[in-house]
Design a binder for this molecule. Structure first.
Ligand code: ZN
Ligand code: ZN
Length: 300
């Protein structure tokens, strides 16, 4: 088992786990209670969502405790084959532990007829195979199923970005993907949980040749740091972005002045809170940034 070397703080190394699985969960409340008690006992922080359709989580703790969690989690036969993605933690990537029961493990709003990965989803493509496709310059299109602000700081070469601001907005953007209906499409997202459902939806919409990247961008970057995926990987925790070594160019651009930057900010105007990239020069002395002139003047 390969564990990411964590930062040290008070002699501990920290690790972040990312995992999901679409699988029938008869009693989500019971599973949530079990995960909550296990994670609490190991002093883990992070977020886990449980639903009838499966589990989706990201947890941080000391390397020792996170590995204990994985060992225990794997004893449940439903989860013994879950792919665990590991990355370096800081010990403070999450403010607390939240384990919630929801209708879906990713909020798409799709009905089970539209997208049910437990019944049907796109075949996977391994990172090795996708690397070979890039090498052979095969005719394929990577469709990035993440939000536009995630795409902004890093993405695959020549990837198509539908421009979604949340998974549930995909139906509004499918029109943009319509010209790709007969093409070979590879859907990608951070760890795979979103593309598994989004790919199922595209198949439902008549897209003929859809594949999904196994293990997501996370696994690809671990295997091929600095290759094909340009920039840095956005994370939904206080680290904000991560990468796995290799040479890399900064592809993110300040939303305000256009210079190369990977520094995310939330618009300081309380009613806006747009998440965007803002370089140091475009922030005030306190490090705050406003996404627009409109938001800036609304503040005073
Ligand atoms: Zn700027
Ligand atoms: Zn704003």
């Amino acid at each position: 088992m390969k564990a990411a070397a964590g930062n040290t703080s008070e002699g501990h190394t920290y690790q972040v786990l990312l995992f999901y699985k679409y699988v029938d969960v008869a009693n989500p409340e019971e599973l949530a209670a079990y995960i909550r008690s296990l994670a609490t006992r190991l002093s883990l922080t992070g977020r886990v969502i449980v639903a009838h359709e499966g589990i989706n989580g990201t947890l941080e703790g000391t390397t020792e405790h996170t590995e204990k969690f994985v060992a225990q989690f794997f004893t449940d036969v439903r989860f013994s084959d879950v792919q665990i993605k590991r990355s370096t933690g800081t010990g403070k990537s999450f403010p607390s532990l939240r384990v919630k029961v929801r209708k879906e493990i990713v909020g798409t709003g799709f009905s089970e007829e539209e997208a049910n990965p437990r019944v049907r989803t796109a075949p996977r493509i391994s990172p090795e195979e996708l690397r070979a496709w890039y090498e052979d310059q095969r005719d394929f299109v990577v469709v990035d199923m993440r939000n536009a602000y995630e795409f902004a700081s890093g993405h695959f070469k020549n990837a198509v970005e539908p421009g979604i601001s949340a998974s549930r907005h995909l139906p509004l953007k499918v029109g943009k993907l319509e010209p790709l209906k007969d093409k070979t499409i590879v859907t990608v997202c951070t760890g795979g949980v979103r593309c598994e459902k989004m790919a199922a939806y595209l198949m439902h919409k008549g897209f003929k040749n859809v594949r999904q990247l196994d293990g997501g961008i996370h696994t690809y970057m671990e295997k091929y740091p600095g290759r094909d995926f340009l920039g840095t990987l956005y994370t939904f925790d206080q680290r904000l972005t991560m990468h796995f070594g290799g040479t890399r160019e900064v592809v993110g651009k300040c939303h305000l002045c256009g210079v190369a930057s990977e520094a995310y900010a939330d618009c300081a105007e309380a009613t806006c809170h747009l998440h965007f990239i803002a370089c140091e020069n475009c922030r005030d002395a306190e490090g705050r940034a406003y996404c627009s002139q409109e938001c800036k003047t609304a503040f005073v």
